[in-house]
Design a protein around this ligand. Structure first.
Ligand code: 5GP
Ligand code: ZN
Length: 119
């Protein structure tokens, strides 16, 4: 899927909407969430417009693997403490019942010192 004209994350990738970049390569983009839930809260997205995890295909496996490997590296760079006393959460809200608001696949990486992560 190419860029979707009404997708805000495609516009962020294209630089049409400003964002605070955390990381970029030819396939992935990461940026700080505009409404952080915790001291560290950024989003990792593919540049490719995939609406959600529900549209994933076997051909996307390497791309998703790359996102998952990148998340802990960036979490440390952004101030999460190292495993096991430190850490973070990775969340992929999917569909209306999953609480997804932006329909461009994204991983939330959320962390920082507790108590934010309790409960
Ligand atoms: P979802 O509920 O779809 O999993 O989460 C979407 C996330 O994108 C929300 O946490 C929201 O704060 C963030 N977000 C929505 N619009 C923008 C934007 O224009 N810029 C940035 N940086 N984050 C956004
Ligand atoms: Zn998109």
């Amino acid at each position: 899927m190419n860029a979707s004209p009404d997708c805000i994350f495609c516009k962020i990738v294209a630089g049409q909407i400003p964002s605070r970049k955390v990381y970029e390569d030819d396939e992935l983009y990461a940026f700080h969430d505009i409404k952080p839930w915790a001291p560290v809260h950024f989003l990792v997205i593919p540049k490719l417009h995939i609406p959600s995890m529900a549209q994933l295909e076997a051909s996307h496996a390497a791309l998703l693997g790359k996102m998952m490997v990148l998340a802990p590296q960036l979490a440390l760079e952004q101030g999460c403490n190292p495993y096991p006393s430190g850490g973070f959460r990775v969340i992929a809200n999917t569909g209306d019942d999953g609480g997804q608001e932006v329909h461009h696949l994204h991983l939330h990486v959320i962390g920082g010192p507790r108590p934010w992560a309790r409960g």
